[in-house]
Write a protein that binds this ligand. Structure first.
Ligand code: NAP
Length: 248
């Protein structure tokens, strides 16, 4: 039977590239998005045009009820879940910590951390061999920011990704004997629209000289790393981190 993967935040950028690559590798894909239905439907159409199977499901990762509905939609449409890519993530305008308020921190943590816990919970309940599931793979999209700290830009975002790294370590051990592997990919500076939401659409151009490989990465390069964890070659990797950062 065809395996099913949920990619959160898959209407563009790294999520869209991952959804398309997953479909190319035989997965039926749930393309989650928050507001850009047109872009999500375009990803679904591209997958369908290549002979794949996908649905677009709107759900705001900041809302636990919507996350539950998202998984219910997968249950009713596909009837199984084999893979989860926790990709949806946000950052806010570049700012030193001295100008950050608690509301900003809560917005970041809701989408980048709380939602990932909730999605992992829903996925584990469906995949765990302890509960009659068939096992599965979870890949969390962290960031090199978790290790670099993003001073002067967004320490809040960097710290949220640090939480994702710790979640990955803990959950990987918690569910290892339930047929579920949990890993993370840490992208560096990747050429997507996320930098515009930080207030600097041209950020990749500015910082690429600080990258040892002297360029930004592509969404497809990150998607390839994410998808590696779904291959048989990754069968012994759990609690692992794959940095896709050009050496940064
Ligand atoms: P992006 O181009 O800004 O795309 C973000 C995606 O997430 C969109 O599909 C968006 O959907 C969705 N999204 C945003 N808020 C959401 C919410 N509340 N609920 C559901 N979906 C939501 O981002 P990206 O650069 O591809 O980043 C993807 C992941 O990689 C993020 O976790 C990010 O932190 C991480 N990352 C990126 C970089 C980089 O340099 N680009 C580096 C390190 C890590 P809509 O279109 O509907 O709004």
């Amino acid at each position: 039977m065809q395996k099913v993967m949920l990619v959160t935040g898959a209407s563009r950028g790294i999520g869209a590239a991952t959804a398309i690559m997953a479909a190319q590798r035989g997965y039926a894909v749930c393309v989650n998005y928050k507001q850009n239905a047109g872009a999500a439907e375009a990803v679904v159409a591209r997958i369908a045009a290549a002979g794949g199977r996908a649905i677009a499901v709107q759900a705001d990762m900041a809302d636990e009820a919507q996350i539950r509905s998202l998984f219910s939609a997968i249950d009713s449409h596909f009837g199984r879940l084999d893979g989860l890519v926790n990709n949806a993530g946000i950052l806010e305008r570049q700012s030193p910590l001295r100008d950050m308020d608690a509301a900003r921190l809560r917005r970041i943590l809701e989408v980048n951390v709380v939602s990932v816990f909730a999605c992992c919970r829903e996925a584990v309940r469906r995949m765990s061999t302890r509960d009659g599931g068939q096992g599965g793979v979870i890949v969390n999209v962290s960031s090199m920011a978790a290790r670099l700290g993003s001073p002067g830009e967004y320490i809040d975002y960097a710290a949220s990704k640090g939480a994702i790294d710790t979640l990955t370590i803990g959950l990987s051990k918690e569910v290892a004997d339930e047929g579920i592997r949990v890993n993370a990919v840490r992208p560096g500076v990747i050429d997507t629209e996320i930098h515009a939401s930080g207030g600097e659409p041209g950020r990749v151009e500015r910082v690429k000289h600080s990258v040892p490989l002297r360029r930004g990465g592509t969404a497809e390069e990150v998607a390839g790393a994410i998808m590696w964890f779904f291959t048989p070659e990754a069968a012994y990797s759990t609690g692992a981190f794959l940095d896709v950062s050009g050496g940064r």
